[in-house]
Design a protein around this ligand. Structure first.
Ligand code: NAP
Length: 313
């Protein structure tokens, strides 16, 4: 199953997220994920494992499991490379690490420009509190250049809210094909979802399991809220369909045309997550899950501007 993007390319509805996939196991995990049927991989400079992810993908290609054209590689421009003169070199370095010839989808990771960090001093550069004087328009125009250069097929945005999207649409010569945002039953963002539909921007949900991704990071917000896998609304619907809570959470998004990119370091869970489109929830079940929304956002740049920054360092 795939989504037709405004760029004309097709993006798989279910992919594999690479954040917090250990460097030591990343190549094998990616290779096994391809064997299990995954075709979309969601990487980022910030995840620090692009080289290893590329090794896994290239091994699968070299062994004839897939061809390059069967894979969909998403990756992201990090905040310290927003200045137009840094966009091309940053993207080319990432592309070289993957060794896959082109990037299918290149996202601006955050609408936040941070002071440039020379990759020879620190890579990936991670978060800082030093802002750079680079407007989003300049970064977007440099990203449009990557499409013209043929190294990127589609471009998009991540962690943008409605008003910023409307601003970008004023000057974008290439429309953002995808918005990737935090989206789970505790943070449903209905107005943002509607805006994207209206403007023909496909949405990819990240952190589809809500608190679970952040429990392992020890975040208070995650530890003090019910894990979605244990929420009785979710478990009730899961048993009614003989599916796991994870599959129900993913289906709640995919059934509304929202792509998902769950991450798992576990072989069985990785397979289970891919099998989340072979059943349907009814409208009442979708609504019941959506009603769990209370605006709980884990990934908020405002939090990272308060030193000390611990999480992404
Ligand atoms: N654009 C952005 O700013 C941004 C931000 C965050 C994430 N992302 C992307 O989105 C991807 C997914 O988000 P995420 O990594 O935050 O979290 P996620 O996929 O919502 O959740 C991952 C957590 O759920 C567990 N898990 C996975 N499958 C499970 C299953 N079937 N049953 C029970 N537990 C399961 C994982 O543990 P195990 O590994 O032990 O299974 C891990 O603790 C990331 O990898 C990244 O590619 C993008």
């Amino acid at each position: 199953m795939s989504i037709k993007l405004s760029s004309g390319h097709a993006m798989p509805l279910v992919g594999f997220g690479l954040w917090k996939v250990d460097n030591a196991t990343c190549a094998d995990t990616v290779y096994n994920a391809i064997k299990a049927g995954y075709r979309l991989f969601d990487g980022a400079c910030d995840y620090g494992n692009e080289k290893e992810a590329g090794q896994g993908m290239r091994r699968a290609i070299d062994e004839g499991l897939v061809q390059r054209k069967d894979l969909f590689l998403t990756t992201k421009l990090w905040n310290t490379f927003h200045a137009p003169e840094h966009v091309g070199p940053a993207c080319r370095r990432q592309l070289e690490e993957y060794g896959l010839g082109y990037i299918d989808l290149y996202l601006m990771h955050f609408p936040v420009a941070l002071k440039y960090v020379d990759p020879s001093t620190k890579y990936p550069p991670s978060w800082s509190t030093d802002l750079a004087d680079v407007p989003i328009q300049a970064t977007w125009q440099a990203m449009e250049g990557l499409v013209k250069d043929g190294i990127v097929r589609s471009i998009g945005i991540s962690n943008f809210q409605g008003s910023l999207i409307l601003d970008l649409l004023r000057y974008a010569k290439i429309q953002p094909a995808v918005l990737q945002v935090e989206h789970h039953p505790y943070l449903t963002q209905p107005a943002l979802m509607d805006l994207c539909k209206l403007k023909g921007i496909a949405v990819t949900a990240y952190s589809s399991f809500g608190p679970s991704s952040f429990v392992e990071l020890g975040w208070a917000k995650a530890l003090t809220n019910t894990v979605l896998f244990e929420h009785k609304t979710v478990t009730g619907i899961a048993s009614a369909h003989k599916k796991t809570p994870a599959q129900v959470l993913l289906r709640w998004a995919t059934q509304r045309g929202i792509a998902v990119i769950p991450k798992s370091n576990n072989k069985e869970r990785l397979v289970q997550n891919l099998q989340c489109t072979d059943f349907n929830l009814d409208t009442k079940e979708i609504e019941e899950i959506s009603k769990l929304n209370f605006g709980l956002r884990f990934n908020d740049p405002a939090d990272y501007m308060k030193p000390p920054i611990s999480i992404f360092a």
